[in-house]
Design a protein around this ligand. Structure first.
Ligand SMILES: *[C@@H]1O[C@H](CO)[C@@H](O)[C@H](O)[C@H]1NC(C)=O
Ligand SMILES: *[C@@H]1O[C@H](CO)[C@@H](O)[C@H](O)[C@H]1NC(C)=O
Ligand SMILES: *[C@@H]1O[C@H](CO)[C@@H](O)[C@H](O)[C@H]1NC(C)=O
Ligand SMILES: *[C@@H]1O[C@H](CO)[C@@H](O)[C@H](O)[C@H]1NC(C)=O
Ligand SMILES: *[C@@H]1O[C@H](CO)[C@@H](O)[C@H](O)[C@H]1NC(C)=O
Ligand SMILES: *[C@@H]1O[C@H](CO)[C@@H](O)[C@H](O)[C@H]1NC(C)=O
Length: 400
C-alpha cells in the first residue's frame, strides 16, 4: 500500500519535469548497515549463481565466429589482431613490488597512440583513485587479481566542486572514465560510494564507471553505486557476467551494448528505473540488450524510462523478481515518446516478467523479432571481441 502511494508521488514529480527526476532517498544509519549485509548476501549469491550458470554461459554466449571457432584471432580487425599479437603486461601492486603502486601512474606510463595490447595487471587491494583512460591510449586492459577483485573507489557526485570551481556534473563524477577504444576489464570492482541521494535532492548522480570508448568489454566485473552507477555513454560494449548495483537510472547512456549473464541489483527506496537509455533519434544505432540476466533487489523498478525519444531496451531470457513494476516501462512524463521508444521483452521468467499489466506500448517479441538482440552480433562482436582470456596467457603477478 505504502509503495503504491509512493509510486503516485514520484509519478507526479516526473510529469512536472520531463528531464529531472531526483530523490526518493530515505536513508538512515540502520538501513545502511542492513543494506550492506544485503549487498554482501547478494554478492555471494551472485558468485554461486555464476558457477551454476557457467555451462549456460558457454553454450549461449561463447564468443564464436560463424564456423564455431572461439578465442582465435581470425576475423578480428587487423589492428586488433596486431595489438593482440604484441601484448605486454605492466603490474600494479599497492606494496611497491610491481611496476607501479597506482593505476593512474600505470595508465600514465602508456605511450600516446599505443598500438599494443597493454595489460595492466592489478593486484587485489583498495585503490582510492580517480582514473581516466584518455582517448589517445587504445588497447588497454585492466586485469584484476582473479582471487579477489581489486576495488577502484571514489565518491564524487554531479554536485561535487571540481578543479575549475564548478560542479562536476554527472559526466565527470565517474570514479573510472574510459575514453579510449578497445578497452577491456576483467575482475575489477568499480565503485562510487557517494551516499544515497536524499529525497528531493539534486545533483546526487554518482557514476562508478563511464565508458565512452568504442568496442569495450567487461568480464566478471562489478559496479557499485546508487544513482547513475554505470554510464554506458556511447559505442559498442559488452558486459559479461557482471554485477551491477544502483538505485536510479543506474544503467544509462546511449551505448549499443549487450549485457549477458549479468546480475542486476536494485537498491532503490521507493520507485526507480533500472535503465535510462538515450537513443535520441531513429537513425542512432544505439540500444541496450540484456540477455540471460537476473534482476533482484529492493524497491520497485521500471525496466526502463525513456531518456531519449527513441530509447531502445530489450530483455531476453531474463529472470525478473517481483520488484519489477507490472507496467514495466515509463515514458519519463513525455507521452509522445510512447510512440517512438522500443521497449521489449522476450522469453523472460519470474514474477516481474508477467506481461499482463504491461503498458500498451511495451512489446513482447516473437522469435524472429528477438533474434537481432540475442547474440554478440548485436554489437558486431566478431570484429573485435576475443572472449575471456585464458589466464595462463597473462603472466600472473607472483612477485607481489
Ligand atoms: C598521435 O596520432 C595523431 C594522429 O595520427 C598525431 O596527430 C599525433 O601527433 C600523434 N601523437 C604522438 C605523440 O605520437
Ligand atoms: C570472477 O570474480 C569472482 C569474484 O571476485 C572470482 O571468485 C572468480 O574467480 C572470477 N572468475 C573468473 C573467471 O575470473
Ligand atoms: C568522500 O571520500 C573522502 C575520502 O575518503 C572523504 O574524506 C569524504 O568525507 C567523502 N565524502 C562523502 C560525501 O562521503
Ligand atoms: C541523431 O543523433 C546523433 C547523436 O546525437 C547525431 O549525431 C545525428 O546527427 C542525429 N541524426 C539526426 C537525423 O537527427
Ligand atoms: C522461447 O524460448 C523457447 C525455448 O528456448 C522457444 O522454444 C520459444 O520459441 C521462445 N519463444 C517465445 C516467443 O517465447
Ligand atoms: C500474471 O498476472 C495476472 C494479473 O495479475 C494474473 O492473473 C496471472 O495469473 C499472472 N500470470 C502468471 C503466469 O503468473
Amino acid at each position: 500500500m505504502a509503495a503504491k502511494m509512493l509510486f503516485k508521488v514520484v509519478l507526479m514529480f516526473m510529469v512536472v519535469n520531463c528531464f529531472s527526476w531526483y530523490g526518493s532517498g530515505w536513508s538512515t544509519q540502520g538501513d545502511k548497515q542492513s543494506a550492506l549485509e544485503e549487498v554482501k548476501k547478494d554478492y555471494d549469491a551472485w558468485i554461486s549463481w555464476q558457477i551454476l550458470q557457467r555451462s549456460k554461459i558457454n553454450s549461449v554466449n561463447n564468443v564464436k565466429d560463424k564456423n564455431g571457432r572461439s578465442n582465435s584471432l581470425t576475423g578480428l580487425e587487423k589492428k586488433v589482431r596486431e595489438a593482440e599479437e604484441d601484448k605486454r603486461v605492466i603490474i600494479v601492486c599497492p606494496n611497491g613490488r610491481g611496476d607501479f603502486t597506482t593505476i593512474k601512474d600505470a595508465v600514465h606510463s602508456i605511450d600516446i597512440n599505443n598500438t599494443r595490447r597493454t595489460v595492466v595487471y592489478i593486484k587485489a587491494g583498495l585503490y582510492r583513485e580517480k582514473v581516466l583512460v584518455p582517448k589517445t591510449k587504445p588497447f588497454v586492459t585492466f586485469m584484476g587479481d582473479e582471487s579477489e577483485q581489486p576495488i577502484i573507489t571514489g565518491n564524487d557526485t554531479a554536485s561535487t566542486i571540481g578543479m575549475d570551481g564548478k560542479p562536476m556534473k554527472t559526466f565527470h563524477s565517474a570514479t573510472v572514465a574510459v575514453n579510449s577504444d578497445y578497452f577491456i576489464a576483467y575482475n575489477i570492482r568499480f565503485e562510487n560510494t557517494a551516499p544515497y541521494p536524499e529525497a528531493g535532492s539534486v545533483g546526487g548522480q554518482a557514476v562508478a564507471l563511464r565508458i565512452s570508448g568504442n568496442k569495450a568489454a567487461f568480464y566478471n566485473c562489478s559496479f557499485y553505486g546508487t544513482q547513475d552507477t554505470l554510464y554506458d555513454h556511447k559505442g559498442l560494449h559488452y558486459f559479461k557476467s557482471c554485477f551491477i548495483q544502483g538505485s536510479m537510472d543506474f544503467i544509462f547512456g546511449y551505448g549499443r551494448s549487450l549485457y549477458a549473464n549479468c546480475l542486476i541489483r536494485s537498491i532503490a527506496k521507493g520507485v526507480a528505473a533500472l535503465t535510462a537509455q538515450k537513443r535520441s533519434n531513429a537513425s542512432m544505432a544505439s540500444g541496450f540488450s540484456f540477455l540471460n540476466c537476473r534482476i533482484t533487489g529492493s524497491g520497485l523498478v521500471y525496466l526502463g524510462r525513456a531518456w531519449g525519444d527513441h530509447s531502445r531496451v530489450v530483455f531476453g531470457y531474463t529472470y525478473m523478481d517481483s520488484i519489477v513494476l507490472p507496467e514495466g516501462w515509463n515514458d519519463w512524463g513525455c507521452p509522445e515518446r510512447e510512440r517512438t521508444v522500443y521497449y521489449a521483452q522476450y522469453n523472460c521468467t519470474g514474477p516481474g516478467a508477467n506481461t499482463t499489466g504491461r503498458v500498451q506500448w511495451g512489446r513482447i517479441l516473437s522469435d524472429e523479432e528477438a533474434s537481432p538482440f540475442l547474440s554478440t552480433s548485436f554489437i558486431r562482436g566478431t570484429k573485435w571481441l576475443m572472449g575471456h582470456p585464458s589466464l595462463s596467457l597473462i603472466i600472473p603477478c607472483l612477485i607481489c
